[in-house]
Design a binder for this molecule. Structure first.
Ligand code: HEC
Length: 216
């Protein structure tokens, strides 16, 4: 190997090492010096990392002061989401949703409900049709299509009472409404599933079933 060849070999190796150094240095910079980590060191593209998210149906309790702190701390330490008012808010105390009528009777106060509540719906064909539809959906599985307490759950479940010959025959409308709203024993409350007006339509329909049952 001549002196010339030796020199060129050294130059090539030097260049190669410098090049590798630069290459891995660049990788190191791009990845932020982290390897096998969920947390990247340097944030090149902030929009994905700094997205403002909050838990669904939750209030974002972040204050403006938190936002400032988080901007200074950097994205990894980010416990801050969208900032105040960016998500659901806790309703002020004592308020109710629009269109919601608070029900004033506890489950045991069925007699009070029976005495005080009157069916606000007129007895029309449309109301009865609605009542029938809702009754078929929600009540007939247990109380039967004609209200005789012989729905398809029998005999797998303790037989539900007949609405035709049982106690409900002599109940005021308000008591039946209360029963649907609050439930009792094996009959769960249907306040969440059936809107108040539909409950009253069911009461009308139950009355029709009772008249039918009595004339049979
Ligand atoms: C899961 C079955 C089931 C469904 C569905 C159901 N009930 Fe009942 N219902 C019962 C049972 C069981 C009782 C007896 C409860 C008790 O006092 O232990 C009852 C009791 C009643 C009573 C009181 C009758 C009495 O003699 O004491 C009325 C009125 C009534 N239900 C109406 C309805 C109406 C209207 C619906 C539809 C909105 C309905 N129920 C849906 C099972 C059911």
């Amino acid at each position: 190997m001549t002196q010339e060849e030796k020199k060129s070999l050294i130059t090539r190796w030097t260049l190669a090492i410098v090049f590798m150094g630069l290459f891995w240095g660049l990788i190191w910079v791009i990845t932020g010096g982290r390897y096998h980590s969920n947390v990247s060191g340097i944030h090149w593209f902030l929009d994905m990392h700094d997205q403002s998210f909050v838990k669904s149906q939750r209030e974002d309790t972040t204050t403006l002061a938190d936002v400032k702190v988080s901007l200074l701390k950097g994205a990894d330490q980010n416990e801050v989401f969208g900032g105040p008012g960016s998500s659901m808010r806790v309703p002020p105390e004592g308020t109710v949703p629009r269109g919601y009528d608070p029900y004033p009777y506890s489950q045991a106060e069925i007699d009070q409900a029976g005495a005080a509540l009157k069916n606000p719906l007129p007895l029309t064909a449309a109301v009865l049709e609605r009542g029938q539809k809702e009754y078929e959906v929600y009540c007939s599985v247990c109380h039967g299509h004609l209200g005789e307490g012989d729905g398809p759950v029998v005999p797998r479940m303790t037989a539900p009472p007949s609405l035709i010959t049982g106690a409900a025959k002599d109940w005021q409308d308000g008591k039946i409404f209360h029963m649907i709203t609050m439930g009792r024993g094996n009959m769960l409350p249907y306040a969440a599933q059936i809107r108040p007006a539909d409950r009253w339509a069911i009461v009308h329909y139950v009355r029709v079933l009772q008249k039918k049952g009595a004339s049979n």
